[in-house]
Write a protein that binds this ligand. Sequence first.
Ligand SMILES: *Cc1c(COP(=O)(O)O)cnc(C)c1O
Length: 339
Amino acid sequence: MTPVDLRSDTVTRPTDAMREAMRAADVGDDVYGEDPTVDALQRRLADDLGFEAGLFVPSGTQSNLLALLAHCERGDEYLVGMDAHTYKFEGGGAAVLGSIQPQPIVQADDGSLPLDRVAAAIKPIDPHFARTRLLALENTWHGRTLPLDYLRQASALARDRGLGIHLDGARLFNAAVACDVPAREIARHFDTVSVCLSKGLGAPVGSVLVGPHALIGKARRWRKVCGGGWRQAGMLAAACLHALDHHVDRLADDHARAARLAQRLADIDGPTVLGQHTNMVFVDVPVDRLRALDAHLRDAGIRISIGTLPTLRLVTHLDVDDAGIERTADAFARFFATR
Ligand SMILES: *Cc1c(COP(=O)(O)O)cnc(C)c1O
């Protein structure tokens, strides 16, 4: 029985073709700037997204951290969503390592930072205040895409007020596929963009930060400070290039499967489907049945993550096929048919 792992799109394993691309990769010492495959990946994403330069890093967390460190100095602050990854889920890295203060903003339901709240949070230049330097957005956020019109307005506000603007685009390509636009149409509203290759795109490791030469140069220096120098990382970059060539368009399949799963779960008496956005389905189940549901699904070869809240996040990806979706829905139906 093929396992169906809906905990996250980070659980994908490299395909045989991706492993072959990794095996065949031309490599060198990237600290000397001599890994041709790392260079090719950095150039490829910079070109595709419309930026001067790119920097390959091990994780999205490091990519975002380096962006914050590149944009902001000690005593500066960045405006960020209260539930954004760069505020809530990155260990406070910008504060710990950069003495950069986050100014969290309560987000709207679609994940956007209401621009009146953003404008009101920009501090006057005065010794009392941290210097507001950066607006950080996230797209997709909990699977939701930010409207292109909103991005235009956010970017105009940032430019007008002299702020930099960074995108945590861990799932930028999911957003682009869902909005049916090239990814650069989203990226063009930002000074720097971080993209994860290790989520729905299916690479085992890797994120790329893109931006102008000056900021990427600073980020490269901070990567070294954070211990993040690579040697023959071309084998990993080859997996990322393979993902860009073969796994972008197919994200639409993940979105369709998430929609199918949401539709099937909505027909079951018990769970309440809250919504489906790109490759994520959010569903409430009675808290007192969470553990039993988890055990029941495990027996059926299905993995989910449960916490203490009623809401489950089910994530589709490269390693979940149509049969996996039907099996999951069938297992939910069997569970809720019995009390
Ligand atoms: C996963 C994720 C990150 C961080 O990526 P890692 O590679 O896990 O460090 C950043 N932002 C968002 C929105 C993410 O989903």
